[in-house]
Design a protein around this ligand. Structure first.
Ligand code: KIV
Ligand code: ZN
Length: 512
């Protein structure tokens, strides 16, 4: 008999705290719907007190999601908890997740509170949260650097006050698996009432141990794992949801635990999060990386042809990875394209479909072979830029040895046309100078990265751009058969996102 493990997704909360990984309101709803379809147990939708935008996104998700629990984060203060309660109120299944630091270093320097005052705050915050819902999670921030006796007292207070889930986060990614597993076993064995609640693991990946630590916690008695798609999260990120799901599935022989998550949507979730945040997935990323099921060496390929299990412990289709296959060309029609999109898990509205089909035709005219990855890039690109207030309408660039490198650009800014021509130190610089002339800003370009979607010199280029301005960081990505067009679109989109963030008055919020 396997025991079930709850999956708590924090992509939209801890994940969004990753510098540059902001998501729009509509993108959060889109992601929440996918997480619900995947049967994720708990969706941590945001930190409602952090900004009006966060509050509205959590509330909209609470109105939309019916079968997963919708959770909001709050610190220990009454205002935080009340705001959080208001945001999750419409959800049929709602949770308030409240936390406070318990380690000496956090209590002394961050909270500037005495330990006894922290215990009082735990009691007050959990009791208050219980007035709004009977599903209350309490987290001991920096639990792994907390003195054990104090942690036992703190957990006891939280349980007595009515917490139903107790989370012991490895906030700074400091623990070893053996220590983290033992921490759970110790707390569960020694705190009165521990058998009445669910214990949860929340691991950061600073030493690359987040997934290993989460699994060790399960062996120590945890029955909920907090994780994020693509391992998104503060600093080095959280435990990757896809790795947790597949580790439990593939190694059921060694760990008799199961989740109800539909693993065949993992690839789609990974691509959606990558598209929304503009964070590319590294090629060799476990489970969802482009190379996760690729076999390059002759010996491996030979083995694979004889028997797939020689080098594969799971099948690509188990996680929704299709083989990169030749799909279509310029003669493929609307019907075939629609079927292809459906096979790939995309259900587009009529308008989005028309847009995607138009882009597909334009690409097929320029590119001999159109692969699955090309289609994913163009559909995701259409979705990513749907709401952009700054759009690239036309671009002409002079490049090459003779120079001067010049870009002539037509933008549409809030629906109004704007035009300029500018020079630069190379074609990309000229393009960015032209956009900056029309959209003045003081942002710094932190990252400009190009990669080819498929093989061949006619491959689409996928460009990622990251900008920062007074602590606000945004990332945007775009794909096009023309590298300079993709660069212009990514830059314009990043500026649109930065402007939206500025207007919403959003600043970086520091929570573990
Ligand atoms: O890492 C951490 O401690 C957190 C808590 C707020 C749960 O994210
Ligand atoms: Zn965290």
């Amino acid at each position: 008999m396997t025991q079930s493990i709850r999956i708590f997704d924090t992509t939209m909360r801890d994940g969004e705290q990753s510098p540059g990984a902001s998501m729009t309101h509509d993108e959060k709803i889109e992601l929440a719907k996918l997480l619900e379809d995947m049967r994720v147990d708990v969706i941590e939708a945001g930190f409602p007190i952090a900004s009006q935008g966060d509050f509205e996104a959590v509330q909209a998700i609470a109105r939309t999601i019916k079968t997963s629990t919708v959770c909001g984060l709050s610190r220990a203060g009454a205002k935080d908890i009340e705001r959080c309660a208001e945001a999750v109120r419409p959800a049929p299944l709602k949770r308030i997740h409240t936390f406070i630091s318990t380690s000496p270093i956090h209590m002394k320097h961050k909270l500037q509170m005495e330990p006894e005052a922290v215990l009082e705050a735990i009691h007050g915050s959990v009791s208050l949260a219980r007035n709004f819902t009977d599903d209350v999670e309490w987290s001991a921030e920096d639990a792994t650097r907390t003195e054990r006796d104090f942690l036992l007292r703190a957990v006891e207070v939280a349980i007595r006050a009515g917490a139903t889930t107790i989370n012991l986060p490895d906030t700074v990614g400091y623990s070893f698996p053996s220590e983290y597993g033992a921490l759970f076993a110790d707390v569960i064995a020694n705190v009165p009432g521990a058998d009445e609640v669910i214990f949860s693991a929340h691991c950061h990946n600073d030493l690359g141990l987040a997934v290993a630590n989460s699994l060790a916690a399960v062996q120590g008695g945890a029955r909920q794992i907090e994780c994020a798609i693509n391992g998104l999260g503060e600093r080095a990120g959280n435990a990757a949801l896809e790795e947790i799901i597949m580790a439990l599935r593939v190694r059921g022989d060694g760990m008799p635990y199961s989740t109800v998550v539909d693993a065949t949507r993992l690839m789609m979730a990974s691509k959606m999060v990558s598209r929304i945040t503009g964070f590319p997935v590294q090629y060799n990323k476990a489970i969802v990386g482009k190379n996760a099921f690729a076999h390059e060496s002759g010996i491996h390929q030979d083995g694979m042809l004889k028997h797939a299990q020689t080098y594969e412990i799971m099948r690509p289709e188990d996680v929704g990875q299709g083989a990169t296959n030749l799909v279509m060309g310029k003669h493929s029609g609307r019907h075939a394209f629609k079927d292809k999109l459906r096979d790939m898990g995309y259900e587009l509205s009529d308008n989005a479909f028309q847009d995607a089909f138009g882009r597909f035709k334009a690409l097929a005219d320029r590119k001999k072979h159109v692969y699955d990855d090309d289609i994913i890039a163009l559909v995701d690109d259409a979705a990513a830029h749907y709401d952009d207030a700054i759009k690239v309408m036309r671009l002409r660039v002079v490049a090459g040895t003779d120079g001067p490198q010049t870009a002539e650009i037509d933008l549409e800014i809030d629906g109004k046309p704007a035009w300029t021509t500018q020079r630069g130190n190379g074609p990309v610089d000229a393009v960015f100078n032209a956009i900056s002339a029309l959209v003045p800003h003081s942002a710094i370009l932190d990252l400009y990265q190009v990669h080819a979607v498929t093989e061949g010199t006619d491959a689409q280029a996928e460009v990622s751009v990251r900008l920062s301005e007074h602590g606000r960081i945004v990332t945007a990505r775009s794909a096009d058969a023309d590298t300079l067009v993709a660069s212009a679109k990514a830059y314009a989109s990043a500026l649109a996102r930065l402007r939206a963030k500025r207007e919403r008055g959003e600043d970086a919020q520091a929570v573990g």
